[in-house]
Ligand binder design. Structure first.
Ligand code: A2P
Length: 300
């Protein structure tokens, strides 16, 4: 299985990354440290995860910062073009790095510019179709050298088509979306391959809510037993074999280590797993957009 993919810029992006969503301060630093020792060179984080300082710290201690693909995401409250560079600066400072390898628009919708008296953003939807102006500000980050590659997250086909029908200086290199056995999104995967956009799988094990059930799926357990690997390794390998980047989150050292070991599944096992995944009604685990008054995933 590929250890990395090549982005349009020519940069290599490791196929397995450490996911940092829901990894709290006090534990995420240790997870990053363990990941670096185990060989990870791709850390997935975001401004909105409120743990950036601790995510960045071990990368300095280990003198790995130039090798690491840290990926950060532009939060909904900073879509106005004039806000994009300053909030990236905030992330760079917290992480203690000069540039970020891959920077994504976290969601395809924007919140109001309004702030609380403490200066915190508010989760109040304002614009739902404004991504082109934001994208142009993202392109400027590449030109300034602060970001090496840019992409999007949580975009469906319609929203990506809307964005890419504008004249773009840089195409979105990746689209990071929820992908799991429960929500395998075969149409989006096929469309993305056809259009040269790499998908990244967040919540690849079903996230906190579904991980227990996901790791007990009979087809997954059977393959794990046969190959002598863990159910999590079967699923993480399946994601890479489907041709996506995979971002398993763990703050447990032994899991961080095992999640980095991927194995090519025999074709018949891979096919059976794929068939099982796409043969049930899809179940999305993560959807904050309902609370924002728009369903960003289904509005095709
Ligand atoms: P923890 O962080 O406590 O180790 P996802 O990557 O789909 O978001 O899933 C994250 C959840 O899966 C977390 O609850 C994490 O627990 C758990 N998890 C991650 N890797 C493994 C693994 N190899 N085996 C069992 N559970 C895992």
């Amino acid at each position: 299985l590929p250890n990395y993919y090549v982005l349009p810029s020519g940069d290599k992006i490791p196929s397995v990354a450490l996911g940092c969503w829901r990894a709290r301060e006090g534990e995420v630093g240790n997870a990053v440290k363990t990941a670096l020792k185990a060989g990870y060179r791709h850390i997935d984080g975001a401004w909105a995860y409120e743990n950036e300082a601790e995510v960045g710290e071990p990368t300095h201690e280990h003198h790995y910062s130039l090798l690491i693909r840290i990926q950060k995401q532009l939060w909904n409250s900073y879509h106005y073009p004039e806000d994009v560079a300053p909030i990236l600066e905030d992330s760079l400072q917290k992480l203690g790095v000069d540039y970020i390898d891959l920077y994504l628009i976290h969601f395809p919708v924007a919140f109001k510019k309004e702030r609380t008296p403490e200066g915190k953003p508010v989760a109040d939807l304002e614009l739902t179709e404004n991504t082109y102006a934001t994208w142009q500000a993202m392109e400027k980050l590449v030109d300034s050298g602060k970001v090496r590659n840019i992409g999007v997250s949580n975009f469906n086909i319609r929203r990506l088509t809307n964005l890419t029908s504008n004249p773009l200086k840089y195409q979105p290199a990746v689209n990071q979306v929820e992908l799991s056995f429960g929500n395998p999104q075969p149409e989006l995967l096929a469309w993305s391959k056809k259009n040269g956009i790499l998908l990244e799988a967040y919540s690849p094990l079903g996230s906190t809510e579904q991980v227990k059930q996901t790791l007990q799926i009979p087809e997954v357990v059977a393959i794990a037993n046969e190959l002598g690997i863990t159910p999590a390794q079967v699923l993480i390998s399946w994601h890479v074999q489907r041709g996506t980047v995979v971002l398993p989150k763990s703050v447990t050292p032994s899991r961080v280590e095992q999640n980095f070991q991927i194995f090519k599944l025999p074709q018949d096992k891979f096919d059976a797993l794929e068939k099982a995944a796409v043969s049930h009604p899809p179940k999305r685990v993560v959807d904050p957009s309902g609370a924002w008054g728009v369903n960003i995933y289904e509005d095709q």
